[in-house]
Design a binder for this molecule. Structure first.
Ligand SMILES: NC(=O)c1ccc[n+]([C@@H]2O[C@H](COP(=O)([O-])OP(=O)(O)OC[C@H]3O[C@@H](n4cnc5c(N)ncnc54)[C@H](OP(=O)(O)O)[C@@H]3O)[C@@H](O)[C@H]2O)c1
Length: 297
């Protein structure tokens, strides 16, 4: 099969489209014929050799955690899924013609493979951090960096739960945030005052890692009501860094439910063929993805 991999850490040019042995579904796993793989910032962070704790990487390594496709092997002990089912989920080396998934759910009706591949990690992350920050219905959540993949999911989960959101994004994404039910303002010079004018906030999420934790704590008034997924310096400010993924099967089921009810939609910013994975990484790393980028297999 064809698979994207890298033999040394480095820039996008270390990515190679290679012929590789097909993986097989061990106990508790399934294998899919991949139709599309989601591109997450963690993919290029791992490729660069960034120390991420939760993702120790052995070389040579495949790329990608998220995928959607057609089940073609079911491992021992797995129930509730059959060969031929269309699923989306999380696994490893998903930029490939076949990949093994460790967590999955049936794709909701009407979703394309390309769209479905964009959901798994961002929805798991969004559900986790909304829970960890402890924001309640009726309260206001400030989201710094609200227009990317995780932000898009956070805004819609919050709207579904009756949580008011103030989001920051670039000028081009103000209407996008409003379309997801948030009050919107731009980041950059003067942003704290612009947020204050939109009203008091009860909790805040830092999704961009843009060095704003001191200001987020000031705006909320309590570091325990601030969570970052992108700033490893968070503990210096008494802020929780949330980095450990968990309960992915529950998150996928929750995602499927929200999508089926028309409460969650993450747009695909751009699709790339397997041979252009390096371009997808360059574009993702530029830091202005609206929704998700995907690799089409
Ligand atoms: N710890 C975890 O569990 C975990 C899980 C998932 C992701 N992450 C990390 O969280 C970050 C976000 O992930 P993602 O998938 O949502 O990324 P993404 O889709 O690439 O989105 C990045 C967003 O950041 C915004 N942005 C860029 N510069 C900004 C600034 N100075 N202030 C505020 N926003 C800014 C961009 O908005 P505009 O285009 O509007 O400028 C863009 O929408 C990444 O660093 C990723 O590695 C961590």
């Amino acid at each position: 099969m064809r698979k994207v991999s890298f033999a040394e850490f480095g820039g996008p040019d270390v990515l190679r489209l290679t012929d590789a042995e097909e993986p097989h579904a061990g106990p508790g796993r399934i294998r899919i014929a991949v139709r599309a793989a989601g591109v997450n910032p963690v993919d290029w962070r791992i490729r660069e050799g960034q120390k991420l704790g939760a993702h120790p990487t052995e070389l040579p390594s495949g790329v990608g955690l998220d995928a959607a496709g057609v089940v073609d092997e079911v491992g021992e002990g797995v129930e509730g899924v059959e060969i031929g089912d269309h699923v989306f989920g999380e696994g490893s080396s998903t930029y490939a013609e076949f990949a093994v998934l460790s967590a999955w759910a049936r794709m909701p009706e009407g979703l394309t493979f390309e769209e479905a591949a964009g959901y798994p990690s961002v929805v798991e992350t969004a559900l986790r951090i909304v829970r960890e920050v402890g924001v309640q219905p009726g309260q206001t959540l400030l989201v710094s960096g609200a227009s990317g993949g995780v932000g898009s999911a956070v805004l819609q989960i919050a709207r579904d739960r009756g949580i008011r959101v103030i989001g920051t994004a670039g000028a081009a994404n103000q209407d996008y945030l409003r379309g997801l039910g948030a009050l919107a303002t731009t980041y950059g010079e003067g942003w704290v005052e612009r947020v204050r004018r939109l009203g008091p906030v009860d909790a805040a999420l830092d999704l961009a890692g843009s060095g704003v934790l001191r200001e987020l704590v000031e705006l909320v008034g309590d570091p325990h009501k601030v969570v970052s997924i992108a700033d490893l310096g968070a503990p210096e400010f008494g802020v929780r860094f949330s980095g450990v993924a968990g309960s992915a099967p529950d998150a996928l089921a929750a995602a499927a439910d929200l999508i089926s009810r028309g409460r969650l939609h993450i747009p695909v910013e751009k699709s790339y063929p397997l041979a252009e994975a390096a371009a997808a990484h360059i574009d993702s790393r530029a830091g202005h993805t609206r929704g998700r980028r995907v690799i089409v297999v």
